[in-house]
Design a protein around this ligand. Structure first.
Ligand code: ATR
Length: 278
């Protein structure tokens, strides 16, 4: 997806994947910066750690409490910090890292596009999972003034902590830990259940029927259809998997690095053929 986007923008960059242990993350970031990388994407479990390591944080990283994108920057001749991609020849030192979060907005964009979700305001939403992904989803939905949020997590204490954070930061937001008794508009799976064949369903069908929701969004994109998505379809819900969120977080990262609009169509096609080979 990124290399296709980079090529379409005519940039002489390459996007590469590296395995880095959490204990080595600080060195890895410093090394990439020293070698004048344009930036980095980070995934589990680095998104929280990087929050402490970035020299500068964009409001998106502060607000959603996680960094999935780093951009390296240097000062231009006017003394303004600019992305390294901006400099044609030698990059003047020093270089700094700036952290962003592109996951939170990507979720909302995917919901709008794929579930035809024009109006989040006032909606009832059940969020499954209170790990990194669940936390960002629930906070972002609260910022969108969802009508009521229900939080369900295997470790109930984590859902309680998240509910307390939401009440503090978004005092108008109604939030409850546990399954809704009545209908909701949307269920979001932000747990890892469904990634492995034979996983339990991410929700307890004895406590919540999929007939109680209009739509279901599963952040998992591989397999394309988790058992939860299959059950939701059978119950007549609108459904979408996490590919749209993956696309939009990546497209936004490319825009942050390049300061140009991302070629979304090209990136979507590359992503689909990579994740779902014909
Ligand atoms: P991510 O950043 O992808 O959200 P995470 O922070 O490890 O990763 O969160 C994983 C989520 O999946 C959590 O909500 C986790 O529940 P716990 O907080 O109780 O660990 C949930 N999860 C993972 N395995 C699970 C399982 N076997 N049953 C129920 N929930 C599970």
């Amino acid at each position: 997806m990124q290399n296709a986007g980079i090529a379409a923008l005519g940039l002489n960059w390459r996007y590469l994947a590296f395995d880095v242990k959490p204990d080595d993350l600080r060195d890895a970031i410093r090394g990439a910066m020293t070698m004048k990388f344009i930036g980095l994407n980070l995934t589990v479990p680095h998104k929280l750690l990087a929050l402490e390591m970035a020299d500068e944080l964009d409001p998106s990283a502060v607000q959603w409490g996680a960094v999935n994108t780093l951009r390296f920057e240097a000062r231009d001749s006017q003394g303004q910090w600019r992305p390294l991609g901006h400099f044609a020849g030698d990059v003047p030192g020093p270089i700094r890292s700036k952290g962003f979060n592109t996951d939170a907005d990507a979720l909302i964009q995917a919901l709008r596009e794929e579930l035809d979700w024009q109006l989040l305001a006032g909606a009832g939403v059940l969020v499954l999972g209170a790990g990194g992904a669940g936390r960002v989803a629930a906070l972002r939905l609260a910022s969108e003034a969802a009508g009521i949020l229900f939080l369900v997590n295997r470790t109930v204490a984590k859902a309680e902590v998240l509910a307390a954070e939401i009440r503090k930061r978004f005092p108008g937001q109604e939030v409850t830990v546990g399954y809704p008794k009545n209908k909701v508009d949307l269920v979001i799976n932000a747990t890892s259940l469904g990634l492995q064949a034979g996983d339990d369903l991410a929700l307890d069908p004895k406590q919540f029927s999929l007939r109680q929701t209009r739509a279901l969004y599963d952040m998992i994109y591989r397999p394309a259809e988790t058992p939860l998505l299959k059950a939701a379809k059978a119950a007549g819900c609108r459904t979408a998997n996490g590919l749209g969120m993956l696309l939009h977080q990546g497209a936004k990262a490319l825009e942050i690095w390049s300061e140009r609009p991302a070629p979304l169509g090209v990136m979507r096609r590359a992503l689909e053929s990579e994740v779902y080979p014909p």
